[in-house]
Design a protein around this ligand. Structure first.
Ligand code: SAM
Ligand code: SF4
Ligand code: SF4
Length: 334
Protein backbone atom coordinates (compact mmCIF):
# COMPACT_ATOMS: atom_id res chain seq x y z
CA UNK A 1 0.00 0.00 0.00
CA UNK A 2 1.11 3.57 -0.47
CA UNK A 3 -0.39 6.82 0.79
CA UNK A 4 -0.46 10.04 -1.20
CA UNK A 5 -0.56 13.68 -0.16
CA UNK A 6 -2.98 16.24 -1.62
CA UNK A 7 -0.72 16.57 -4.69
CA UNK A 8 -0.42 12.83 -5.34
CA UNK A 9 3.07 12.44 -3.83
CA UNK A 10 3.68 9.16 -1.97
CA UNK A 11 5.54 8.95 1.36
CA UNK A 12 8.69 6.99 0.49
CA UNK A 13 11.46 8.56 2.58
CA UNK A 14 11.84 9.40 6.25
CA UNK A 15 14.68 11.56 7.55
CA UNK A 16 15.25 11.13 11.25
CA UNK A 17 17.16 13.72 13.23
CA UNK A 18 18.50 11.73 16.15
CA UNK A 19 20.17 14.67 17.93
CA UNK A 20 20.11 18.47 17.75
CA UNK A 21 23.76 18.65 18.91
CA UNK A 22 26.83 18.97 16.73
CA UNK A 23 30.61 19.03 17.08
CA UNK A 24 30.82 21.69 14.33
CA UNK A 25 29.39 25.18 14.19
CA UNK A 26 29.10 25.57 10.41
CA UNK A 27 28.52 29.25 9.82
CA UNK A 28 25.58 28.60 7.47
CA UNK A 29 23.86 26.08 9.76
CA UNK A 30 24.69 26.54 13.47
CA UNK A 31 26.52 29.87 13.74
CA UNK A 32 28.29 30.03 17.12
CA UNK A 33 26.72 33.36 18.06
CA UNK A 34 23.28 31.65 17.95
CA UNK A 35 24.35 28.16 19.06
CA UNK A 36 26.82 29.11 21.81
CA UNK A 37 27.09 28.15 25.47
CA UNK A 38 23.66 29.66 26.26
CA UNK A 39 21.79 27.72 23.61
CA UNK A 40 19.22 25.36 25.11
CA UNK A 41 19.69 22.01 23.41
CA UNK A 42 17.10 19.30 23.97
CA UNK A 43 17.29 17.48 27.30
CA UNK A 44 17.84 13.72 27.20
CA UNK A 45 14.25 12.90 28.20
CA UNK A 46 12.88 15.15 25.42
CA UNK A 47 14.67 13.16 22.73
CA UNK A 48 13.02 10.09 21.23
CA UNK A 49 14.56 6.79 22.25
CA UNK A 50 15.75 4.36 19.58
CA UNK A 51 12.74 2.17 20.43
CA UNK A 52 10.34 5.07 19.82
CA UNK A 53 11.97 5.96 16.51
CA UNK A 54 11.88 2.32 15.47
CA UNK A 55 8.13 2.23 16.16
CA UNK A 56 7.68 5.20 13.81
CA UNK A 57 9.62 3.46 11.05
CA UNK A 58 7.71 0.24 11.64
CA UNK A 59 4.43 2.17 11.32
CA UNK A 60 5.44 3.60 7.95
CA UNK A 61 6.66 0.42 6.26
CA UNK A 62 3.13 -0.79 5.40
CA UNK A 63 2.40 2.71 4.03
CA UNK A 64 5.16 2.45 1.41
CA UNK A 65 8.30 3.67 3.19
CA UNK A 66 11.43 2.60 1.28
CA UNK A 67 14.24 4.69 2.70
CA UNK A 68 15.39 6.05 6.05
CA UNK A 69 18.11 8.68 6.37
CA UNK A 70 19.63 9.16 9.82
CA UNK A 71 20.76 12.73 10.34
CA UNK A 72 20.95 15.56 12.88
CA UNK A 73 22.75 17.65 14.21
CA UNK A 74 25.66 15.28 14.01
CA UNK A 75 24.25 11.75 14.26
CA UNK A 76 27.60 10.13 15.11
CA UNK A 77 27.57 12.01 18.42
CA UNK A 78 24.69 9.87 19.67
CA UNK A 79 25.72 6.82 21.65
CA UNK A 80 25.17 3.32 20.24
CA UNK A 81 23.97 4.42 16.81
CA UNK A 82 24.76 0.97 15.45
CA UNK A 83 22.19 -0.49 17.86
CA UNK A 84 19.55 1.73 16.24
CA UNK A 85 20.68 0.74 12.75
CA UNK A 86 20.40 -2.93 13.72
CA UNK A 87 16.88 -2.33 15.08
CA UNK A 88 15.85 -0.76 11.76
CA UNK A 89 17.51 -3.53 9.77
CA UNK A 90 15.60 -6.04 11.88
CA UNK A 91 12.32 -4.52 10.64
CA UNK A 92 13.03 -4.97 6.94
CA UNK A 93 16.01 -6.46 5.12
CA UNK A 94 15.21 -4.40 1.99
CA UNK A 95 14.93 -0.97 3.66
CA UNK A 96 17.51 1.48 2.32
CA UNK A 97 19.27 2.90 5.40
CA UNK A 98 21.53 5.92 4.90
CA UNK A 99 23.39 8.29 7.19
CA UNK A 100 24.34 11.94 6.70
CA UNK A 101 27.40 12.97 8.69
CA UNK A 102 30.16 15.56 8.81
CA UNK A 103 32.52 12.57 8.79
CA UNK A 104 34.85 13.46 11.66
CA UNK A 105 33.83 10.40 13.70
CA UNK A 106 33.29 8.14 10.71
CA UNK A 107 36.62 6.32 10.82
CA UNK A 108 35.78 5.15 14.36
CA UNK A 109 32.23 3.97 13.59
CA UNK A 110 32.10 2.92 9.91
CA UNK A 111 32.73 -0.75 10.45
CA UNK A 112 30.18 -1.33 13.26
CA UNK A 113 27.58 0.67 11.34
CA UNK A 114 28.12 -1.43 8.22
CA UNK A 115 27.90 -4.65 10.23
CA UNK A 116 24.67 -3.41 11.83
CA UNK A 117 23.08 -3.02 8.39
CA UNK A 118 23.78 0.53 7.22
CA UNK A 119 23.82 0.77 3.42
CA UNK A 120 25.21 4.20 2.65
CA UNK A 121 26.76 7.38 4.02
CA UNK A 122 26.60 10.90 2.69
CA UNK A 123 29.52 12.90 4.01
CA UNK A 124 29.37 16.69 4.07
CA UNK A 125 32.59 18.53 3.27
CA UNK A 126 32.60 22.12 2.10
CA UNK A 127 36.33 22.70 1.55
CA UNK A 128 39.53 20.80 0.86
CA UNK A 129 41.68 23.73 1.96
CA UNK A 130 42.38 23.39 5.71
CA UNK A 131 41.94 27.06 6.66
CA UNK A 132 38.73 27.35 4.66
CA UNK A 133 37.40 24.10 6.16
CA UNK A 134 38.13 25.31 9.70
CA UNK A 135 36.65 28.71 9.03
CA UNK A 136 33.38 27.28 7.62
CA UNK A 137 32.98 24.60 10.29
CA UNK A 138 34.30 26.87 13.06
CA UNK A 139 36.29 23.90 14.34
CA UNK A 140 39.88 22.69 14.66
CA UNK A 141 39.20 19.57 12.61
CA UNK A 142 40.70 19.00 9.18
CA UNK A 143 39.49 17.74 5.79
CA UNK A 144 42.10 14.95 6.14
CA UNK A 145 40.17 13.48 9.08
CA UNK A 146 37.00 13.49 6.99
CA UNK A 147 38.71 11.84 4.01
CA UNK A 148 40.18 9.20 6.32
CA UNK A 149 36.62 8.46 7.48
CA UNK A 150 35.43 8.32 3.87
CA UNK A 151 38.18 5.86 2.92
CA UNK A 152 37.37 3.67 5.92
CA UNK A 153 33.68 3.66 4.94
CA UNK A 154 34.59 2.64 1.38
CA UNK A 155 36.85 -0.17 2.65
CA UNK A 156 34.02 -1.47 4.85
CA UNK A 157 31.66 -1.71 1.88
CA UNK A 158 29.44 1.30 2.56
CA UNK A 159 28.22 3.34 -0.40
CA UNK A 160 29.67 6.86 -0.11
CA UNK A 161 28.61 10.22 -1.53
CA UNK A 162 29.92 13.67 -0.72
CA UNK A 163 27.81 16.81 -0.23
CA UNK A 164 29.17 20.35 -0.46
CA UNK A 165 27.17 23.51 0.18
CA UNK A 166 28.47 26.36 -1.94
CA UNK A 167 28.08 29.91 -0.70
CA UNK A 168 28.94 32.94 -2.77
CA UNK A 169 32.07 34.79 -1.68
CA UNK A 170 33.01 31.92 0.64
CA UNK A 171 33.94 28.61 -1.00
CA UNK A 172 33.32 28.71 -4.78
CA UNK A 173 37.08 28.16 -5.24
CA UNK A 174 36.72 24.80 -3.49
CA UNK A 175 34.51 23.31 -6.24
CA UNK A 176 37.36 22.23 -8.53
CA UNK A 177 39.61 20.74 -5.78
CA UNK A 178 36.62 18.88 -4.37
CA UNK A 179 35.74 17.39 -7.77
CA UNK A 180 39.39 16.27 -8.06
CA UNK A 181 39.50 14.81 -4.54
CA UNK A 182 36.27 12.87 -5.06
CA UNK A 183 37.06 11.71 -8.57
CA UNK A 184 40.40 10.26 -7.35
CA UNK A 185 38.47 8.26 -4.75
CA UNK A 186 35.68 7.29 -7.21
CA UNK A 187 33.00 9.07 -5.17
CA UNK A 188 30.09 11.07 -6.56
CA UNK A 189 30.10 14.64 -5.27
CA UNK A 190 26.94 16.73 -5.07
CA UNK A 191 26.98 20.51 -4.84
CA UNK A 192 24.13 22.10 -2.92
CA UNK A 193 22.76 25.60 -3.38
CA UNK A 194 22.77 27.53 -0.09
CA UNK A 195 19.18 27.43 1.17
CA UNK A 196 17.04 29.74 3.29
CA UNK A 197 16.35 27.15 5.97
CA UNK A 198 15.98 28.33 9.55
CA UNK A 199 16.31 31.91 10.72
CA UNK A 200 19.90 32.12 11.96
CA UNK A 201 22.12 31.88 8.88
CA UNK A 202 21.55 35.36 7.33
CA UNK A 203 20.49 33.87 4.01
CA UNK A 204 19.98 36.14 1.03
CA UNK A 205 19.67 35.49 -2.67
CA UNK A 206 23.05 37.09 -3.42
CA UNK A 207 24.79 34.40 -1.36
CA UNK A 208 23.42 31.63 -3.58
CA UNK A 209 25.67 30.19 -6.29
CA UNK A 210 23.29 28.49 -8.70
CA UNK A 211 23.83 24.99 -10.07
CA UNK A 212 24.20 26.55 -13.53
CA UNK A 213 27.02 28.81 -12.30
CA UNK A 214 28.76 25.86 -10.65
CA UNK A 215 28.49 23.76 -13.84
CA UNK A 216 29.98 26.63 -15.84
CA UNK A 217 32.97 26.75 -13.51
CA UNK A 218 33.42 22.97 -13.74
CA UNK A 219 33.16 22.99 -17.56
CA UNK A 220 35.68 25.85 -17.83
CA UNK A 221 38.15 23.65 -15.96
CA UNK A 222 37.36 20.04 -16.95
CA UNK A 223 35.49 20.31 -20.27
CA UNK A 224 32.00 19.25 -21.18
CA UNK A 225 29.41 18.05 -18.66
CA UNK A 226 26.63 15.79 -19.89
CA UNK A 227 23.28 15.45 -18.13
CA UNK A 228 22.60 11.91 -16.87
CA UNK A 229 19.05 10.49 -16.78
CA UNK A 230 17.40 10.54 -13.32
CA UNK A 231 17.50 7.13 -11.63
CA UNK A 232 14.41 7.87 -9.59
CA UNK A 233 12.04 10.85 -9.87
CA UNK A 234 12.35 11.64 -6.15
CA UNK A 235 16.17 11.94 -6.26
CA UNK A 236 17.04 15.43 -5.04
CA UNK A 237 20.30 15.68 -7.00
CA UNK A 238 20.36 16.13 -10.75
CA UNK A 239 23.32 14.18 -12.03
CA UNK A 240 25.81 15.21 -14.71
CA UNK A 241 29.02 13.53 -15.82
CA UNK A 242 32.39 14.57 -17.17
CA UNK A 243 33.80 12.88 -20.25
CA UNK A 244 35.99 10.62 -18.06
CA UNK A 245 32.81 9.35 -16.35
CA UNK A 246 33.15 11.37 -13.11
CA UNK A 247 29.65 11.91 -11.74
CA UNK A 248 28.70 15.28 -10.29
CA UNK A 249 25.31 16.12 -8.80
CA UNK A 250 23.59 19.43 -8.17
CA UNK A 251 20.90 20.02 -5.57
CA UNK A 252 19.24 23.15 -6.89
CA UNK A 253 16.58 23.81 -4.33
CA UNK A 254 16.63 27.57 -5.03
CA UNK A 255 17.13 27.88 -8.80
CA UNK A 256 15.49 24.64 -9.93
CA UNK A 257 13.09 23.33 -7.25
CA UNK A 258 11.90 19.75 -7.11
CA UNK A 259 8.82 19.90 -4.85
CA UNK A 260 6.68 18.06 -7.41
CA UNK A 261 8.57 14.84 -6.64
CA UNK A 262 9.17 15.38 -2.93
CA UNK A 263 8.34 12.19 -1.08
CA UNK A 264 10.17 13.03 2.19
CA UNK A 265 8.84 13.31 5.71
CA UNK A 266 11.03 14.35 8.62
CA UNK A 267 11.02 13.22 12.23
CA UNK A 268 12.70 15.66 14.63
CA UNK A 269 14.79 14.50 17.57
CA UNK A 270 11.97 15.53 19.92
CA UNK A 271 9.40 13.51 18.06
CA UNK A 272 7.49 15.81 15.71
CA UNK A 273 6.70 15.06 12.09
CA UNK A 274 7.51 17.78 9.55
CA UNK A 275 6.32 17.45 5.98
CA UNK A 276 8.71 20.05 4.52
CA UNK A 277 12.23 21.25 5.25
CA UNK A 278 10.81 24.76 5.41
CA UNK A 279 7.93 23.97 7.78
CA UNK A 280 7.38 26.40 10.62
CA UNK A 281 5.94 23.73 12.88
CA UNK A 282 5.54 19.99 13.09
CA UNK A 283 2.97 17.61 14.54
CA UNK A 284 3.89 16.04 17.86
CA UNK A 285 3.85 12.26 17.86
CA UNK A 286 6.04 11.78 20.93
CA UNK A 287 3.00 12.16 23.20
CA UNK A 288 1.12 9.26 21.67
CA UNK A 289 4.28 7.17 21.56
CA UNK A 290 4.76 7.77 25.29
CA UNK A 291 1.13 6.92 25.94
CA UNK A 292 1.96 3.51 24.50
CA UNK A 293 0.55 3.91 20.97
CA UNK A 294 1.06 0.90 18.72
CA UNK A 295 2.66 1.18 15.29
CA UNK A 296 -0.84 0.88 13.77
CA UNK A 297 -2.02 3.91 15.77
CA UNK A 298 1.09 5.89 14.86
CA UNK A 299 0.55 4.98 11.19
CA UNK A 300 -3.03 6.30 11.37
CA UNK A 301 -1.85 9.67 12.71
CA UNK A 302 0.96 10.05 10.14
CA UNK A 303 -1.43 9.04 7.35
CA UNK A 304 -3.78 11.85 8.44
CA UNK A 305 -0.90 14.34 8.42
CA UNK A 306 0.45 13.17 5.05
CA UNK A 307 -2.86 13.12 3.17
CA UNK A 308 -3.38 16.83 4.05
CA UNK A 309 0.13 17.81 2.92
CA UNK A 310 0.32 20.67 0.40
CA UNK A 311 3.97 21.77 0.86
CA UNK A 312 5.85 23.17 -2.12
CA UNK A 313 7.87 25.92 -0.47
CA UNK A 314 10.78 26.00 -2.92
CA UNK A 315 8.40 26.48 -5.84
CA UNK A 316 6.63 29.41 -4.22
CA UNK A 317 9.65 30.99 -2.50
CA UNK A 318 9.31 34.76 -2.77
CA UNK A 319 5.49 34.71 -2.92
CA UNK A 320 5.09 34.70 0.87
CA UNK A 321 3.78 38.06 2.06
CA UNK A 322 4.53 37.56 5.77
CA UNK A 323 7.83 36.84 7.42
CA UNK A 324 8.22 33.10 7.98
CA UNK A 325 10.07 31.35 10.80
CA UNK A 326 11.08 27.96 9.43
CA UNK A 327 12.57 25.46 11.85
CA UNK A 328 16.40 25.14 11.98
CA UNK A 329 18.07 22.57 9.71
CA UNK A 330 20.17 21.21 12.59
CA UNK A 331 16.89 20.49 14.41
CA UNK A 332 14.95 18.55 11.77
CA UNK A 333 17.90 17.28 9.77
CA UNK A 334 19.06 18.05 6.24
N1 SAM B 1 25.82 17.11 10.57
C1 SAM B 1 25.55 16.31 9.44
C2 SAM B 1 26.20 16.87 8.20
O1 SAM B 1 26.64 18.02 8.22
O2 SAM B 1 26.25 16.14 7.21
C3 SAM B 1 24.06 16.07 9.17
C4 SAM B 1 23.14 17.22 9.38
S1 SAM B 1 23.36 18.62 8.28
C5 SAM B 1 22.05 19.67 8.80
C6 SAM B 1 22.80 17.91 6.75
C7 SAM B 1 23.18 18.64 5.50
O3 SAM B 1 22.52 19.89 5.47
C8 SAM B 1 24.66 18.95 5.36
O4 SAM B 1 25.11 18.44 4.11
C9 SAM B 1 24.71 20.44 5.37
O5 SAM B 1 25.77 20.94 4.60
C10 SAM B 1 23.36 20.82 4.82
N2 SAM B 1 22.93 22.18 5.14
C11 SAM B 1 22.84 22.76 6.36
N3 SAM B 1 22.40 24.03 6.26
C12 SAM B 1 22.20 24.26 4.94
C13 SAM B 1 21.76 25.38 4.18
N4 SAM B 1 21.41 26.52 4.75
N5 SAM B 1 21.67 25.25 2.84
C14 SAM B 1 22.01 24.09 2.23
N6 SAM B 1 22.42 22.99 2.89
C15 SAM B 1 22.54 23.08 4.22
FE1 SF4 C 1 26.69 20.42 12.22
FE2 SF4 C 1 26.01 19.39 9.91
FE3 SF4 C 1 25.03 21.76 10.65
FE4 SF4 C 1 27.60 21.60 10.07
S1 SF4 C 1 25.87 21.24 8.65
S2 SF4 C 1 26.72 22.60 11.86
S3 SF4 C 1 28.09 19.57 10.71
S4 SF4 C 1 24.60 19.84 11.62
FE1 SF4 D 1 10.07 18.99 -0.34
FE2 SF4 D 1 9.53 21.23 0.98
FE3 SF4 D 1 11.91 20.93 -0.21
FE4 SF4 D 1 9.70 21.29 -1.68
S1 SF4 D 1 10.60 22.75 -0.28
S2 SF4 D 1 11.32 19.77 -2.06
S3 SF4 D 1 8.16 20.19 -0.45
S4 SF4 D 1 11.11 19.70 1.49
Amino acid sequence: MSIEDSMGRPLRDLRISITDRCNFRCTYCMPREKFGAEHAFLAKQEILSYEEMTTVVESLLPLGLKKVRITGGEPLLRKDLSVFVAMLRGLDSELDIALTTNGVLLERHASTLFEAGLNRVTVSIDAVNVEMFQSITDSKNTPKEVFTGIEKAQQCGLGVKVNCVVKSGVNEQEIIPLVQACSQRKIAVRFIEFMDVGTTNNWNLESVVTGEEMRQQIMNHFGNLKKSPAQHPSDVARMWSLEDGTEIGFIESVSNPFCGNCTRARLSAHGSIYTCLFSESGVDIRSILRFGATSVEVAKLIQEIWTKRKDRYSEIRGEADTERKPVEMSFIGG
